[in-house]
Each structure stands twice: as C-alpha cells, then as structure tokens.
Design a protein around this ligand. Sequence first.
Ligand code: TTP
Ligand code: MG
Length: 362
Amino acid sequence: MSHFILHCDLDCFFAAVEERDNPIYIGKPIVIGADPKEGKGRGVVSTCNYEARKFGLHSAMPISRAYKRCPHGIYLHPNFEKYHKASKEVMEIVNSYSDMFQQVSIDEAYLDISDKCINYKEVRDLAEKLKDEVQKKIGITISIGCASTKSIAKIASDCNKPNGITVVEPEKIKFFLKDLDITTIPGIGKKSKLYYNKKGINTIGDIINTPLHKMIQLFGKNGKWAWEIAMGFDDREVKEFDGDRKSISKERTFYEDTDDFKVILTKLEELNNKIHKKVIKNKIFYRTVTLKIRLEGFLTYTRSKSFAHHIQDKNKVLRVIVDLLNQFSIMNKKVRLVGIKLSNIEKAPSAMQTTLINYLAV
Ligand code: TTP
Ligand code: MG
C-alpha cells in the first residue's frame, strides 16, 4: 500500500490569530513577543506576520533588534490562552480527517491518510478540503506538505507558505530536493550548515551525490541522517507517541529574562502539568528527571536526578525540580529559559510490571 502523509503547519500562527481578531492589523507589520520599550526591551520575537518579515524580522530575534529594523510595527504581548484555544480547535479538525494523527508542536501535525486515498490527486483534494475547513471555521491559514514520508512532507509544507499545498510524489523526490539548501533538512541548523559548507556540501543535491560512507566519515551520525533524508528514506510512522522515544520534554523561553523565583517555579509547574498530561495519556513511566536552565547570555545548564525504579508521579517530579532548582546557583543572572525532561522511559505494560514489583517489594 502506498503511504500518504501530510504535514500541516499554520502560517505565522500567533500573528495570524491576532490579525483574525483585529482586522485593522491586516496589511501592517505585526510582531508578537516581548515589550520592545522603544528599542531598550529585553527578550525576543515569538513570531511576526509576513509584512514584518519583509523588514528581516523573524522568530527568536532580540526584540530590541526587531524594533530598530521596524519601529513602526505593531508590537503585541502574546496571548497564550487564545493561541492554545485556536490550536486545539485546528487540531481537532485535522484529527477528524484521520485517526493516525501526531501533533508535534502548537501549530504543526502529521496525518497519515494512506487508507483514505488511492492516488496523489485524491491526496491533494483532501488537503485542499482540510485547508478550506480550517480557514472557514477558525479563520487562519495553514500550509500542507503531502508526500510518502514524514521528512519530505515536512520539508514540502514550508515550500508554498503561506496558505499553500505542496505535493511531492515519490518519483519526484530527488528533483524536489536537489536545489534546496541543506538547512531545510530538520536537524541541520545554522552551525552545522557552516561545517557542511566547508566540506563543499551546500544543497541537498550535494548530499545526494555523496556516498553514504563519505557522509558518515565527514559528519558522523548527523551525516547518515542527512543522507537518508536526501535519498527519501524515512520509515518513521505517524503515531501519537513514538515508542522508540528516549525522553519526553518541554521547555519555555520567558518573554523577559527573570530572576523571580516564584515566576520561574510557576513556569516549571506549568511545564510539569503539561508533560504529565501526555505521560498519563500515553502510559509512560520514567526514571530520570532533568531540569534545564538557560541564563541570559545563553549559558545553558542541566541537573538530573534518577529514581531507583520507573515512576509516574507528577508531585514527585515537582519536588525533584524544586530541589534541583535550589541547588542551582544562578549567580545573580537572570533566567531566559527553563525546561523539564523525563528520560529513561518505558511504556506500560512492562513498566506496569516494574511498578507492581516495586509495590510488592515495599
Ligand atoms: P513556527 O511554525 O515556527 O512559525 P510561524 O507559524 O509563526 O510561522 P510560519 O508561517 O513560518 O510557520 O512556530 C509556531 C508558533 O510558535 C509561532 O507562531 C510562535 C511560536 N514560536 C515562538 O514562540 N518562538 C520561536 O522561536 C518559534 C520558532 C515559534
Ligand atoms: Mg507555523
């Protein structure tokens, strides 16, 4: 059976929700993020609309730099409640097109529609219908990539943004990929790009023309992954929780760096609650808890603690997090990001046995 996979990604998501709710913003540069304080603000841009992108603005750019480039923009504080509601509504629609659904972030999801379509014409029609339904019911646009693998679908969804559908049939994968910059491969960022470029690899076509053993010799594991993606090899399935996953984590950047312990702890509690919703839904047990902290200036630290046995206990995790946070000397620096990771994970039922053994051993 052919595989038909969609990758759906909302267009400038937070900004799109703001435009939807305030039509007077349409056509003007909208920037969501920290308060720019006329160029003196700290923190970063969460996202911006296409008008703002024309001035070179993008996600994660310091808000002070954004303000210098675009002082006449409309700067808005993020309204997460609103974005989460919109995300949930969109994801419900996406999920209604297939049960094989995997949400991977607030604004992107994969959908396996292999049993719903028999050819790429039908795949395109389904994607069109889905896109129209989201636009009509939620009032924001979505871009969709359609292909036989997750990685090609993801790369494709970015090719016709905003509000576009890109279908890449299996026999056209190499043609589609060959001129794209290597950073379109998820996992090759700005830093790796420099390294790849030094070795003469600029486009995905250059990877296609390099034998696998050479890619491994030059770039190790990352090279092998990049080569497989370039060749269109990717057998990862669309599933809500990948059983092969080694960890589950969540992190957040503060809109303004903070040294307020209460604010930091509240954010960690929020992250812990979110992780545990997933943990419970997917019957995950874990042994190790890691706290991640990034200070202003981008120094990042992690501290971990492991339990003797697998557990699934939100309160225990929070206690560990508080302990780890207390051990942490932040040297009068402000905190930019916090994260929690649960690792050494196991899925029920074998994990259930472990806890049963623990229970009996008590
Ligand atoms: P993205 O899908 O990366 O960006 P986007 O939807 O704004 O724009 P595009 O049209 O290119 O897809 O991220 C989704 C949302 O996540 C984004 O609207 C805001 C938030 N976000 C941040 O808060 N910080 C970040 O650094 C990034 C990349 C995203
Ligand atoms: Mg998006």
